[in-house]
Design a protein around this ligand. Structure first.
Ligand SMILES: Nc1ncnc2c1ncn2[C@@H]1O[C@H](COP(=O)(O)OP(=O)(O)OP(=O)(O)O)[C@@H](O)[C@H]1O
Ligand SMILES: [Mg+2]
Length: 488
């Protein structure tokens, strides 16, 4: 056998790199922020404004920066072998992130860096990749380009031009862009919450998007008085690898203010956000998954479990290039199943513990949620002004009744109901078992039903047998109308 050189075509490989991983804007920015964290940056500033003509995105940090030689290596695709041991504070693995994350959003990547006062800059432009020749900018070119911060202190600036993917080929509207920025803020506040809160590295990381700082968002509400942090444990793998597991039961929604509740449940609802939250070197990589160990909804919505993994287990977890996916290693499977089992009852207790008014935009809700002996019932709030009007003979009219029915329809507590029904062993039981109430309801319904049946008892009984709640309580109803002598 002989060996011949068979390198990839530069332009093809770089274009293929656009599709490595499954980056969206927050995912791409997170990969760059990982690098800034590794470079011990305290501030990362993202400038990303809407523009129909040649939009530019800039990400500037005040980390240690790179020398010209280091920048050259950093710009190289696959700049580090993934098998190389990384320091514990290194969030990188593949030597691709800066390039693949950037090309997932743009065609032209420029990196300017300053280390010990020395500036250097390099460019990859996918429209012009010629046999691995990389653009290196002159001092003058750098001067015209750089952020004022790099003129006075060390750091790195990433510049994205030709943002075809980010702006969806120019079809993204201003409104869609604004949503994307809000989503990006929310994602980054979660992904880096420990860094933003100053829980790691002994100092806070500040991330700004268009000048506005991002606040940390702790998905466990770990400082909330009503959050239950359950037994934390460490699982060893090999001699030095430790995986930390910390289950939480979140506060019942009745104990949260509305803004917290909205954030807690997110766009996809509480149920979607239950599950494991996997942190790699304190950076969240996966949230709200059960790794198919249990179905979503089988446990209470309030269960979230933090799993902390070191970067030494990357290959066992099969971490993806974009750090958004990983596979649960076999050595953890059984223990996680046991932990899930022990959480079933605990979380059900929290969800059943307290009844409350349903959180809505206002203070007076139409529906109230009552919990008694582990049974949940939804009752209409009779003190609500529109409902109350029904009981006032002077104000009761067809219009009042119609308004009341409308607000009942509009305010059906569908979200709360679905949360309750998803909770493990929680029972929503709307059926009243009080016979007196049913008879009262029967007495009210009978005159019009009798009229509809044209006085025919057979038709009346047939109607009653398919009308709620009489059908479900047929023995009681039958006994009553027999007693009245209406049927024999
Ligand atoms: N903001 C930065 N400040 C200082 N050095 C940086 C910065 N961004 C990138 N680098 C350097 O460039 C190298 C390559 O970064 P890149 O993100 O492409 O790969 P990686 O971080 O090594 O691995 P991964 O593909 O897992 O992200 C980094 O290892 C780091 O040395
Ligand atoms: Mg990286």
């Amino acid at each position: 056998m002989k060996y011949i050189s068979n390198p990839p075509d530069a332009a093809s490989l770089m274009t293929t790199a656009r599709s490595f991983g499954n980056y969206d804007l927050p995912g791409a920015l997170a990969d760059l922020i990982d690098n800034s964290i590794k470079a011990r940056a305290k501030n990362v500033r993202v400038h990303c404004v809407f523009s129909n003509v040649d939009p530019v995105v800039r990400i500037i940090d005040d980390g240690c920066g790179m020398s010209p030689d280091e920048l050259q290596v950093a710009m190289r695709p696959a700049s580090t072998n993934p098998t190389v041991e990384r320091s514990p504070d290194d969030l990188g693995r593949f030597g691709w992130g800066m390039k693949s994350a950037s090309f997932s959003q743009c065609m032209k990547l420029t990196v300017v860096s300053r280390k010990n006062g020395e500036l250097s800059a390099a460019v990859w432009d996918l429209d012009d990749v010629d046999n691995w020749k990389m653009g290196v900018l002159s001092e003058k070119e750098i001067e015209t380009l750089i952020d004022p911060l790099l003129k006075v202190s060390d750091g790195t600036e990433i510049i994205w031009n030709k943002c075809d993917r980010l702006f969806e080929g120019g079809t993204l509207t201003q409104e869609q862009f604004n949503h994307l920025i809000v989503h990006t803020r929310n994602q980054l506040s979660l992904t880096f919450h420990r860094f933003l809160a100053g829980e790691v590295r002994g100092c806070r990381l500040s991330i700004y998007i268009n000048g506005t700082p991002i606040a940390p968002y702790d998905p466990f509400y770990s400082t909330h008085l009503a959050t239950q942090a359950l037994g934390r444990e460490e699982i060893r793998h090999g001699r030095s690898n430790r995986v930390r597991i910390q289950p939480y039961i979140l506060p019942h929604y009745s104990k949260l203010v509305l803004a917290d509740f909205d954030r807690l449940s997110g766009a996809e609802g509480l149920l979607r956000n239950q599950g494991f939250y996997v942190y790699r070197q304190n950076r969240l990589i996966i949230s709200g998954t059960w790794f198919r160990l249990v179905k979503h909804g089988e446990l209470s919505h309030l269960v979230r479990i933090a799993i902390d993994i070191p970067n030494t287990l990357d290959s066992i977890w099969k971490i993806s290039v974009d750090k958004s996916d990983a596979q649960l290693p076999a050595f953890l499977r059984n223990r996680l199943l046991q932990i899930i089992g022990s959480l079933r009852n605990k979380s059900a207790k929290v969800i059943r513990s307290k009844g409350a008014k349903i959180a809505t935009g206002g203070n007076i809700s139409v529906w109230n949620r009552h919990v008694h002996d582990g049974q949940i019932r939804y009752l209409i709030n009779r003190t609500h002004p529109v409902i109350e009007a029904l009981f006032d003979p002077k104000r009761n009219s067809k219009a009042t009744t119609n308004s009341a029915l409308q607000i009942i329809e509009q305010s059906m507590p569908v979200n709360n109901l679905s949360q309750d029904l998803g909770g493990d062993s929680v029972k929503v039981n709307q059926v009243t078992l009080n016979p007196r109430t049913i008879i009262e309801q029967l007495e009210i319904a009978l005159p019009s039903m009798l009229l509809d049946a044209g006085g025919a008892m057979e038709r009346l009984t047939a109607e009653l047998r398919r009308t709620e709640p009489f059908a479900q309580n047929w023995k009681l109803v039958e006994g009553h109308i027999r007693e009245k002598g209406w049927i024999k």
